[in-house]
Design a protein around this ligand. Structure first.
Ligand code: ADP
Ligand code: NI
Length: 214
């Protein structure tokens, strides 16, 4: 492994030492591995994919007064400090900016094969067995109920429900997790998403069955 990658891993681990479970080092490590795995098939620039995956959550705007530029800036400064090539730094910074701007209405959003690969890897970590674990962890942190049979899943398909801060965790499957499969960019990402999506459907079936005592 390149020395610059080793230094980056050390830097990210240290920076995220006290991060919450949703965006801790293990999330980064999974996204990193998945992104490299997808890149084997998609053949993007491996170094760009690796740096972007490792640095994509270096400063979550949610915990930094909504500052969208802090993460990209920290990533840029760090990569400069270890003398990574200018072009690579620029590209990595654009990817991180674009990933954190995902909910904005920035019409001229940047895209590239590497950007699509890292975004797919990040989204894949929100679905499947790990995605389920993350959702219930978040729900527990927010003290939400697991499920409320009085609320029908279809009621949660609207954007409005997303703002409902007391919704049961099962709702999150319908408002976000089950929609991610169709948002994948790459063929390799789509293939992995399909397996994880099917697993979530199977999980939900089992969940409802057990809920009824069967
Ligand atoms: P990201 O940074 O990937 O956009 P978030 O910070 O919104 O993700 O969420 C981190 C993790 O917590 C994800 O796995 C996500 O699915 C989960 N999560 C976010 N909002 C909710 C929610 N309302 N209920 C359950 N899980 C949630
Ligand atoms: Ni992430």
């Amino acid at each position: 492994m390149q020395d610059t990658l080793k230094s980056t891993i050390t830097f990210v681990k240290k920076t995220l030492e006290n991060a919450e479970a949703g965006h801790d080092w293990f999330h980064i490590e999974r996204v990193y591995k998945t992104a490299l795995n997808i890149n084997e098939k998609e053949k993007g620039d491996e170094l760009v994919v690796a740096f972007a995956a490792l640095l994509h959550d270096i400063a979550d705007p949610k915990f930094n007064n909504g500052d969208e530029e802090l993460g990209p800036k920290i990533a840029e400064d760090f990569l400069n400090s270890i003398q990574v090539e200018e072009e690579t730094i620029k590209h990595v910074k654009l990817i991180i900016q674009n990933m954190s701007f995902k909910n904005s209405f920035d019409g001229a959003a940047f895209t590239s094969k590497e950007m699509q690969i890292v975004q797919d890897a990040d989204r894949l970590d929100a679905i499947g067995a790990i995605g389920i674990a993350r959702a219930f962890t978040y729900g527990g942190f927010k003290n939400r109920v697991l499920y409320d049979p009085a609320i029908k899943p279809e009621q949660h398909l609207s954007k409005e429900s997303y703002k409902n801060t007391t919704a049961p965790t099962i709702n999150h499957f319908y408002e976000k997790l089950l929609l991610l499969k169709d948002m994948m960019n790459t063929d390799a990402g789509k293939a992995i998403a399909k397996e994880r999506h099917d697993f979530m459907l199977q999980y939900l079936d089992q969940f409802y069955k057990e809920w009824e005592g069967n």
